[in-house]
Design a protein around this ligand. Structure first.
Ligand code: COA
Length: 138
């Protein structure tokens, strides 16, 4: 399988693709209602397609000035370890380099071993100076 077979598109994933890809990649499921409410507020996103099917994605959300967050980085397991995660994160970081104002703070929560992927692009752990925290409404 060559790199050219995978097309990186600057686009927000559809609600169906988004929900399917999250589950395929082992991320927590999201409701259609939440996806339909949230996805249109995406600042920038990319989708990786193969033969027309979305098999990877990543999004930037935030206030467009002060704070940005990288979320929903996912590659279908059937297509992992071929550099697609790097292509996705690279595209998001490049967009931020082009558009974000000096002083912008870009954060993310790295699950499992994914911190190795993000560190390739200069991301540093917040610990021990601070601890990322969350509240998840059920
Ligand atoms: C994280 C994820 C998107 C990486 O996708 P991928 O296409 O397999 O990544 P790549 O092939 O571009 O390689 C990722 C790089 O990160 C590092 N890495 C190693 N093991 C890794 C792992 N288990 N997870 C992520 N990155 C890993 C490596 O440095 C690798 O670079 P290398 O090829 O030079 O060694 C994919 O594993 C995934 O969808 N995981 C499940 C969902 C998830 O955890 N998302 C991140 C939430 S924060």
């Amino acid at each position: 399988m060559t790199d050219e077979e995978y097309e990186l598109v600057e686009a927000t994933p559809s609600s169906d693709d988004y929900r399917r890809l999250r589950i395929a990649a082992g991320l927590s499921p999201k409701s259609a209602e939440a996806a339909v409410a949230g996805l249109p507020n995406t600042i920038y996103a990319v989708v990786i397609r193969k033969d027309g099917e979305a098999i990877g994605m990543g999004r930037i959300i935030g206030d467009r000035g002060l704070f940005f967050q990288i979320v929903d980085i996912a590659v279908d397991p059937k297509h992992q370890k071929r550099g697609l995660g790097k292509r996705i994160v690279g595209a998001l970081v490049e967009h931020l380099h082009k558009t974000a104002l000096p002083g912008a703070y870009i954060s993310l929560i790295a699950d499992g071993e994914a911190h190795r992927l993000y560190s390739l692009f200069g991301f540093k752990p917040t610990a021990p100076r601070s601890i990322g925290m969350y509240l998840h409404f059920k």
